[in-house]
Design a binder for this molecule. Structure first.
Ligand code: AMP
Ligand code: FE
Ligand code: FE
Ligand code: ZN
Length: 277
C-alpha cells in the first residue's frame, strides 16, 4: 500500500514521526511520504526509524501558496538528493511569518473575549503552530464544540478573529521547489472550488505553464468522479499523478493511512516509481 500525503506533529498532525511510521506499518503501508506543512522536521526525524523498520519513506512537503487571492496547497516531493539548503533556509522565513501571524491571531481572539495565550498555542503546536492548534484550544476551553465550529466562528476567512498570513505566490513556490530539486504537485485540486470542469482544466493548465509537474489525483476529498476527471486531465497535460490520504491522526479521525476516507484512496506503486524516474 502507498500513501504520498501525511502529516506528523511537526506540523498539524497528531502522531509523532515514529508513531506515524508505526501506524503506517500497522495499516499495511509500504511506501509513505511525510508532507508536513512548511517543514522537513518530521521527515528528518522519521527517516532513520523508517529505514530501521524497512518502510520506504519519501521526502515531501506541503506549502501554502497564494494565487489570485486564493490559497493553493502545493505538494513537493524530493525523491533524489536532499532538498537544496537555500530552500530549507527559506522555510525558516516562512515559519517566522507564521509565528508572527499567530501573535496577531492571539491578539484578535482576545479582542473578541477569547482567553488564549501564545504559550498555550506553542505548547500544543511547537514551532509549527497553526490554526488547527488554535481550534483545539478553543474546543478544550469550551468556546466551541467542534474544530469546524472554531474555524467557522473564529478562525476561517469570515470568522470573528480571522488573521491573514502572508503567503508565498504560487509561482514562487513552484520555482523554489524546482530549484531545490523538488517535484511540485497541485494538492487536492477539488478544494480549489472551480465551478466548472472547463474552468478547472484551464486553471491546471496555467499552473503547468508555471512549472507544475504533477497533480494529486487520489485524495480523501476526491470521489470517483473527481478521480476520473483528474486522471484524464493529468494524461492530457502530461502531468505526473500522485495520491495520498492527507492523514492528520486524531485531528481528522475519519482519514486512515493508505486508504483515506471509507477506503476511497488507493495509490499504485507505479506512481511512486514514476516520481523517482
Ligand atoms: P494555518 O496554516 O495555520 O493558517 O492553518 C491552515 C490549516 O487550517 C489548513 O491546513 C486546514 O487544516 C485548516 N483549515 C483552514 N481553513 C479551514 C476551514 N475553513 N475549516 C476547517 N479547517 C480549516
Ligand atoms: Fe494540514
Ligand atoms: Fe492541504
Ligand atoms: Zn496535507
Amino acid at each position: 500500500m502507498v500513501d504520498l500525503h501525511s502529516h506528523t506533529d511537526a506540523s498539524d498532525g497528531s502522531d509523532t514521526p515514529s508513531e506515524l511510521i508505526d501506524n503506517a506499518l500497522r495499516a499495511g503501508v509500504t511506501a509513505l511520504s511525510i508532507t508536513d506543512h512548511d517543514t522537513f522536521a518530521g521527515y528528518n526525524a522519521a527517516k532513520p526509524y523508517a529505514d530501521e523498520k524497512g518502510l520506504d519513506l519519501l521526502c515531501g512537503i506541503e506549502l501554502s501558496t497564494k494565487y489570485q487571492g486564493q490559497t493553493v496547497h502545493l505538494l513537493g516531493y524530493f525523491p533524489g538528493a536532499a532538498p537544496a539548503e537555500a530552500f530549507t533556509t527559506w522555510l525558516v522565513v516562512l515559519q517566522e511569518r507564521r509565528r508572527e501571524r499567530n501573535f496577531r491571531l492571539v491578539e484578535n481572539l482576545r479582542k473578541v473575549n477569547v482567553k488564549i495565550t501564545m504559550e498555550e498555542v506553542e505548547a500544543l503546536g511547537k514551532t509549527m503552530a497553526g490554526r488547527p492548534h488554535f481550534a483545539k484550544i478553543l474546543m478544550k476551553k469550551g468556546y466551541v464544540k467542534t474544530m469546524q465550529e472554531a474555524f467557522d466562528k473564529y478562525l476561517a476567512e469570515h470568522g470573528r478573529a480571522f488573521t491573514e498570513r502572508e503567503e508565498v505566490p504560487l509561482e514562487e513556490g513552484i520555482k523554489r521547489m524546482r530549484e531545490a530539486g523538488g517535484i511540485p504537485v497541485i494538492a487536492h485540486p477539488v478544494r480549489l472550488g472551480r465551478r466548472t470542469a472547463a474552468e478547472e482544466a484551464e486553471w491546471i493548465e496555467t499552473a503547468k505553464e508555471m512549472g507544475m509537474l504533477g497533480l494529486e489525483v487520489r485524495h480523501s476529498d476526491h470521489d470517483a468522479a473527481a478521480v476520473a476527471r483528474y486522471t484524464a486531465l493529468a494524461t492530457r497535460l502530461g502531468l505526473l499523478t500522485t495520491g495520498g490520504s492527507d492523514y492528520h491522526g486524531t485531528y481528522k479521525p475519519d482519514i486512515k493511512l493508505g486508504t483515506g476516507k471509507f477506503g476511497n484512496v488507493s495509490v499504485p506503486m507505479e506512481w511512486v516509481d514514476r516520481l523517482r524516474a
